[in-house]
Design a protein around this ligand. Structure first.
Ligand code: OAD
Length: 245
């Protein structure tokens, strides 16, 4: 903990890279690890673009539950500690795999969403966009939800499903931030999903110190200067206190 605080105290171009574990203490289940969504469902069956196109109802049955939880979720102390690290001039940005919008809700000013946002839904036929909250309300009476403009049945949250390309500009921005970072702070990611997991690696290759805070070991722990196995909502506020003293 002390070493992480030391590294962050002198950082001026720090970047946080967050995953589902950063939102776990806001009540949103992770994908992997204890109780993870992919321990209950096969991601290829429920979160790939091919399965979505074959059966949007099956996708929405799973997404309905997770979406309801995510819409009701509020930032946790880990999110707030990242905002404070930005205010202290330590972090310049957050690159996130999360689609829940909680970093923005907590007040982080530069958030790069490499897996898109679940707060917006788009019709794949006509391109019309609606807020997730509005579509979520419709799910009680309409499954799958239909486009309000063209009646199409392929309404998809603007998230990256397996088999879809990554958002090009977000990936460019994330890699540029990683390559100019002095510290890369990974929070709550299993670091097994590529190409996103390559972002912290790119930072290390360009000379950044790597700090990993995660409940469990990750494949990149050996690259890190500091590895802390714990809960983001507890560890990050403790580190913040050390940085501020
Ligand atoms: P994962 O679910 O793969 O990993 C979350 C990690 O957080 C696990 O290693 C957990 O042990 C850890 N964890 C759980 N609770 C924690 C807590 N309170 N504090 C710290 N760590 C905690 O999530 P991601 O790495 O984000 O893709 O997964 C990457 C991508 O896989 C996701 O963006 C999603 C998924 O399929 C798309 O949606 C495209």
């Amino acid at each position: 903990m002390e070493r992480a605080a030391e590294l962050l105290s002198v950082a001026r171009r720090g970047v946080a890279f967050t995953g589902a574990g950063a939102s776990a203490e806001s009540g949103i289940p992770t994908f992997r690890g204890a109780g993870g969504l992919w321990t209950k469902y096969d991601p290829v069956k429920v979160a790939s673009i091919d399965s979505f196109m074959q059966d949007p109802t099956a996708y929405w049955m799973v997404s309905k539950e997770r979406g309801g939880i995510a819409l009701a979720a509020r930032p946790n102390p880990g999110h707030l500690a990242l905002v404070a690290l930005e205010a202290a001039g330590v972090l310049v940005a957050i690159v996130t795999q999360n689609t829940d919008g909680l970093h923005q809700a907590s007040g982080s000013s530069r958030v790069v969403e490499v897996h898109g946002s679940s707060r917006t839904v788009q019709c794949l036929d006509c391109g019309t966009r609606e807020s997730r909250a509005v579509v979520q309300a419709r799910l009680a009476v309409q499954m799958p939800p239909l486009c309000k403009s063209c009646g199409g049945m392929f309404l998809k949250p603007t998230v990256v499903l397996f088999g879809e390309p990554m958002p090009v500009s977000a990936m460019h921005e994330a890699l540029a931030l990683a390559q100019s970072a002095d510290v890369m702070l990974v929070v709550g990611s299993s670091l097994v999903v590529q190409p996103a997991a390559g972002i912290p690696v790119a930072a290390v290759r360009a000379g950044a110190s790597l700090i990993i805070i995660n409940a469990e070991p990750t494949p990149f722990d050996s690259l890190a200067e500091v590895v802390i196995h714990g809960r983001a909502g507890e560890v990050l506020p403790e580190i913040l206190t050390l940085v501020n003293t």
